[in-house]
Design a protein around this ligand. Structure first.
Ligand SMILES: Nc1ncnc2c1ncn2[C@@H]1O[C@H](COP(=O)(O)OP(=O)(O)OP(=O)(O)O)[C@@H](O)[C@H]1O
Ligand SMILES: [Mg+2]
Length: 517
């Protein structure tokens, strides 16, 4: 069990956010977390205490008042270190404070408390004390602040029990989340101990067996001068591998030049690769260096090599064999030192058989042949890649979104015809669509990814309309039950076979509370 508590995470947990909103809305009570030293933690937006009533707001904006509030927070720790129960106490200004300790596997980790309210039995006495405090501490503003005293929330005994239950739910959620973090950390620890497991090579991510094989091969060929042919479906990371090869080679300080062989017609590609002399063709107004020359000393990456015409293939073969070429319109040849990497998603061997690709060039290119496995054959890399892209887009967008477990399950179930690029685009899309929600839920995913998961697991996901219908039914049952039991939630929860806390959440979700309807 880890001792490190991730306070800042808690405010992002859906249940905690909902409970905080709920308690704030009903009673204007703010819920805070305190660590074992009595320091406030996880207060949203860096606001200290973040009080919701005007008197507490005035108190914390005053230097002395602020110090006293910190004292109250420290006192909550003193009060609860040795106890397991919720505790009702008073702050320096006379407000009530309700504190529940957090214990994870017996270890005290701090507490959660709500404050800024009055208790029915002692409300009048508390009001007198608060007014006296305001007279003493805010001489100039006392009258103005005193006017708010009568509007302070007063909680009945029943409401205190209710508030206790809600704060206990927050604590429960913290404990569950803390345990999950510990388990994850242990898992990562074990995984990293596995001998030889690598999570990546350069900027490439993946720990599956096929990727491990690929990394081992890359280790061996980085420093070689040999031509490498990289095979793989669309979006598998061919260009990323080419870059990794260059930036881990002796040529890394020179240029890495990419040419997309499929993007030019033959004449343009020739002048692009080999350059041309002034006047070689209409529009050639000055000499122009080709990419082979640009890449001199470095690496030239011939992407989509399968798209090159037969006559271009002859010229390429010559550069590969002799290291020389002739710019368009020139008479003399030029010599360069360039390492060639090539990539394709076509089956070159088949093209050779069909007479579409020169056999000699094919063998010249595939001195070393790397095949990048499609993502569907290394699904264990999906969580790692997802986390990687999530971190990347979170950083770019200055946000801290998380991915929901069932969303991740659906990503794993999808077959990814567009491979890593498709996954990357999907995560980026979700990071945009998620808006202000903290968690990426499955219904944010592209329809075809959701459909795919549905087809594989019939009944796995309730379709939009059925889900709505069920919710409508649930809402109706709860509403009728509340009326019948005169809002006796304990009784109704029993009847419906759910916990009281669960019912409270649903009542809030459907806006069925007495106060709001
Ligand atoms: N193993 C990986 N780890 C991290 N990112 C990856 C990985 N593989 C691919 N990517 C990312 O996926 C995207 C597509 O990769 P890349 O362009 O290298 O694929 P490609 O095989 O050249 O695609 P295409 O066939 O469409 O040209 C890039 O943004 C790249 O950074
Ligand atoms: Mg590419």
């Amino acid at each position: 069990m880890t001792d490190k508590v991730r306070w800042s995470e808690f405010d992002k947990l859906h249940v905690i956010r909902r409970l905080r909103e709920l308690v704030g809305k009903w009673w204007k009570i703010q819920i805070n977390f305190t660590d074992t030293k009595g320091l406030l933690r996880g207060v949203p937006d860096g606001k200290f205490f973040n009080p919701l009533n005007p008197i507490c707001k005035a108190v914390i904006s005053d230097g002395k008042g602020f110090e006293s509030c910190r004292g109250t927070a420290r006192q909550t720790v003193v009060d609860t270190t040795r106890s397991n129960d919720a505790r009702l106490s008073r702050c320096h200004a006379g407000f009530s404070t309700l504190t529940v300790p957090i214990r994870v596997e017996g270890k005290y980790m701090g507490c959660v408390f709500g404050d800024g309210f009055l208790v029915a039995d002692s409300a009048e006495e508390q009001k007198v004390r608060i007014k006296a405090y305001l007279e003493r501490s805010f001489t100039g503003r006392a009258a103005e602040l005193n006017a708010h005293v009568d509007a302070l929330p007063v909680l009945s005994e029943k409401e205190i029990a209710y508030l206790t239950e809600l704060i206990e739910m927050v604590v429960e959620e913290i404990i569950v989340s803390q345990k999950r973090v510990s388990e994850e950390q242990e898992k990562v620890g074990e995984l990293s101990k596995e001998l030889g497991t690598r999570y990546g090579f350069d900027r490439m991510i993946g720990k599956s067996a096929p990727m491990q094989d690929l990394y081992r091969l890359l280790d061996r060929v980085c420093d070689s001068e040999a031509t490498v042919l990289i095979n793989g479906e669309n979006g598998t990371g061919k260009e990323l591998i080419a870059k990794a090869l260059h930036y881990n080679s002796r040529r890394k300080d020179k240029k890495f030049v990419v040419v997309n062989c499929g993007a030019f017609n033959e004449n343009l590609l020739e002048s692009e690769l080999f350059g041309h002399m002034k006047g070689a063709f209409t529009g050639a107004i000055r000499d122009k260096k080709g990419l082979f020359e640009e890449a001199d000393g470095g690496t030239l990456f011939l992407d989509e090599i399968g798209e090159t015409s037969m006559s271009m293939q002859v010229k390429m073969l010559r550069v590969l064999q002799e290291g020389t070429f002739t710019p368009v319109g020139a008479t003399a040849t030029k010599r360069v030192s360039v390492r060639i990497l090539a990539a394709t998603n076509r089956e070159l061997q088949k093209m050779v058989k069909e007479g579409m690709f020169r056999e000699d060039l094919y063998y010249r290119l595939k001195v070393i042949n790397l095949t990048v496995p499609p993502l569907r054959e290394r699904k264990e890399d999906i969580p790692l890649l997802t986390a990687h892209f999530l971190t990347k887009f979170n950083k770019e967008r200055n946000q801290e979104k998380t991915i929901n477990h069932s969303t991740l399950e659906r990503l794993i179930n999808h077959d990814w015809p567009g491979n890593v690029r498709e996954l990357e685009n999907e995560i980026e899309r979700c990071c945009v669509l998620v808006g202000s929600e903290p968690d990426i839920l499955p219904d944010l995913l592209s329809q075809h990814i959701q459909d795919n998961a549905k087809n594989k697991y019939p009944g796995y996901r309730v379709s939009g309309r059925l889900k709505d219908a069920l919710e409508e039914l649930e809402k109706q049952m709860i509403f009728e039950g509340l009326e019948r039991t005169r809002w006796n939630k304990s009784k109704l929860a029993k009847e419906l076979g759910i916990s009281r806390a669960g019912l409270i959440m649903k009542v809030e979700k459907y806006g069925l509370d007495k106060r709001t309807i």
